[in-house]
Design a protein around this ligand. Structure first.
Ligand code: ASP
Ligand code: MG
Length: 426
């Protein structure tokens, strides 16, 4: 069997879902199809959540827009008697009821209860459409199967519990195609959790691992993994084949094409990951696997925007390394902050992290008795794998470099964000 993953861009409208159906019908193997929320629905649900948490009644209008969007897709796809439309209605009503009646709890918890609906709606429609086209498809609620801890908004998989359930559910005894949600899971107690933004790729990798898939295929709107984001460097080229190791390095550095957590479950079982275009399914895409025969020799450019660089200094001028190091990083983990780069000197540690204001504020509060923290907002992390002098010149020229870190294979720069340097010079 294979696992196919379709992201929001591939299922943003009825045409996308029709295209999905033709891709799926061309596959001979049994399939598990992991689907994200339609288009930008996750962002839209984040806005509903924010308004609701702020006590702003306009959340209802925002939710109505999301409803109309899903209904119009369903109407285009389904014949009039199809019962999936009423399933969508029931599910929206359930969310509305929750928002009207529940007492607001903490942000991360509510996030998962509300935002997870995007994947429920998208999969109901996709599974319903495949059935309507005569395929042997079944909708599965992944929340009864993918079990996590209760770290809401960034839940960790409970491996043994999940594996047993997943193997018994996705058994292909009577079904050829299972359609299920990416990004979401559930605690043992049945509370919905999410795995972090863009987490559907990770779900696909987990299912591929647990079901011993032959391959996992991530369908995108680009031809595969490129050596740069073409919106940034227009001459970006496709990488035919890369190793798991390379893939982890470049996705961790910020290549947005697949979620960095996706690689490990696949590497552990030696399952190839294929990234290819849903717009040109006959083309090969990029294959990610253990050993690669092709040496692409291209520098790979990665840009991670919206970063903050924090410099942390022990107040008593003690060395930054040693005990202080573990105290500082414990605090990062505790506040759910992921570190993208670390560089230490004798009495300071520089850390580059995603700009998550609330988390950063509580981290700094936590450290402030023992450490001074200075930070630069609006910076970018630029990385190059397999760098050359020309490649470095190309992306750093004219940029203000705040930090540089070089190893044999990679170089990283923290530079001031373009928006902020423009502002500064005005
Ligand atoms: N819908 C979720 C998001 O947009 C998960 C995903 O797309 O992978 O973050
Ligand atoms: Mg999405």
């Amino acid at each position: 069997m294979k696992v196919y993953k379709f992201g929001g861009a591939s299922v943003k409208d009825a045409e996308g879902i029709t295209n999905l159906a033709s891709i799926v019908s061309a596959e001979k193997e049994n399939l598990v199809i992991v689907v994200s929320a339609f288009g930008k629905t996750t962002n839209a649900l984040e806005k509903v959540l924010k308004a609701w948490l702020d006590g702003d009644e306009r959340y209802k209008e925002l939710l109505d827009d999301i409803y109309s969007y899903h209904l119009s897709v369903a109407e285009e796809l389904f014949s009039s008697g199809n019962s999936e439309k009423s399933r969508i209605d029931t599910s929206f009503a359930k969310l509305e009821e929750y928002l009207v009646s529940s007492k607001r709890k903490n942000y991360d918890f509510e996030y998962d209860q509300v935002v997870s609906y995007g994947e429920i709606w998208s999969t109901i429609i996709v599974a319903g459409y495949l059935k309507e086209r005569g395929m042997n498809a079944e909708w599965i609620d992944i929340r009864g199967n993918l079990i996590t801890d209760d770290r809401f908004r960034d839940a960790n998989i409970l491996w043994n519990e999940s594996m047993a359930r997943i193997r018994s559910t996705f058994n292909f005894k009577e079904t050829g195609i299972f359609v299920t949600q990416g990004f979401i899971g559930s605690t043992i107690a049945g509370q919905t959790t999410t795995l972090g933004r863009e987490g559907s790729d990770y779900t696909a990798a987990l299912l591929a691992n647990m079901l011993d898939a032959e391959a996992a295929v991530v369908w995108k709107d680009v031809p595969g993994l490129l050596n740069a984001d073409p919106k940034w460097l227009s001459d970006a080229r496709k990488l035919e084949e890369i190793s798991y190791r390379e893939a982890v390095e470049i996705t961790f550095s910020g290549a947005k094409i697949i979620h960095p957590k996706t690689i490990k479950p696949l590497q552990n079982k030696n399952i190839p990951l294929i990234v290819k275009s849903f717009l040109a399914p006959e083309e090969k895409g990029t294959v990610i696997k253990a050993e690669t025969s092709i040496k692409h020799g291209l520098p790979v450019f990665i840009r991670k925007e919206n970063q903050i660089m924090i410099s942390i200094l022990p107040k008593d001028f003690s060395f930054a390394m040693g005990e202080n190091l573990s105290r500082i990083f414990y605090s990062f983990v505790n506040h759910g902050i992921k570190v993208n780069l670390v560089q230490a000197s004798a009495v300071s540690i520089n850390v580059c992290i995603d700009d998550e204001r609330l988390r950063v504020a509580s981290l700094i509060e936590d450290l402030k008795t023992e450490f001074d923290a200075v930070y630069n907002e609006n910076v970018e992390m630029l990385s190059i794998r397999h760098y050359t002098p020309e490649a470095i010149e190309r992306i750093t020229s004219g940029r203000e470099i705040l930090l540089e870190q070089k190893t044999r294979n990679s170089v990283r720069y923290i530079v001031r964000g373009i928006a902020s340097s423009l502002r500064d010079s005005q």
